[in-house]
Ligand binder design. Sequence first.
Ligand SMILES: CC(C)(COP(=O)(O)OP(=O)(O)OC[C@H]1O[C@@H](n2cnc3c(N)ncnc32)[C@H](O)[C@@H]1OP(=O)(O)O)[C@@H](O)C(=O)NCCC(=O)NCCS
Length: 175
Amino acid sequence: MLACRPVHRLWQDESVTTRIRPISVAAADIVAILHADIFSGHHDECWSREFLGKILSTPGTTAFVALDNEVEEESPIGFAVIRISGEEGEVLSLGVTATMRRRGVGGALLKNVLRFAAEVGTTSMVLEVAENNTPARELYRQHGFVVVGRRRDYFRHGNARIDAIILRASTPPVT
Ligand SMILES: CC(C)(COP(=O)(O)OP(=O)(O)OC[C@H]1O[C@@H](n2cnc3c(N)ncnc32)[C@H](O)[C@@H]1OP(=O)(O)O)[C@@H](O)C(=O)NCCC(=O)NCCS
């Protein structure tokens, strides 16, 4: 069973030898492990398996994993969790394992998320990103996200407080 609307197809992005696929609530473990690995030491809190299970069970929520095509066994290297609510959706979390960054995996995930959102009738996606997260902000900028707001002191990193920048992008036309 898929977490949200069923999507019985795999998306493939030839340019990055990555395949992106939606996963079920039962596979929350995979995302929990990826999340803990990717966000350890980050301002973002780690999402436990239980927490992720709850998130993925919420109507409108879907998780995607990126798998490395060059590895024979299924090897998750990135993930995205989104929530769709009518015409607007939200990217709740997105990340790529450190050793696989800067190879287009994050871009492939984001592209597929935007395409998925468009296909289910969502016209725009929003997200929050830490003001000082240059790699993510640059990734989002490349995919059409623009600044629409700011939440002061939203993230905590040790004693420091970091503003969240709110970004929004239109979903692509469905072809
Ligand atoms: C942000 C993140 C998902 C990007 O994933 P990625 O697979 O490295 O992204 P891509 O390879 O698709 O990069 C796409 C573009 O993003 C930008 N980018 C990515 N990493 C960057 C970096 N370290 N510095 C500057 N720009 C960067 C570049 O413009 C890049 O395009 P280019 O390689 O052609 O210059 C990854 O760095 C990550 O998981 N970070 C930790 C988790 C996180 O911050 N998630 C976002 C929370 S909102």
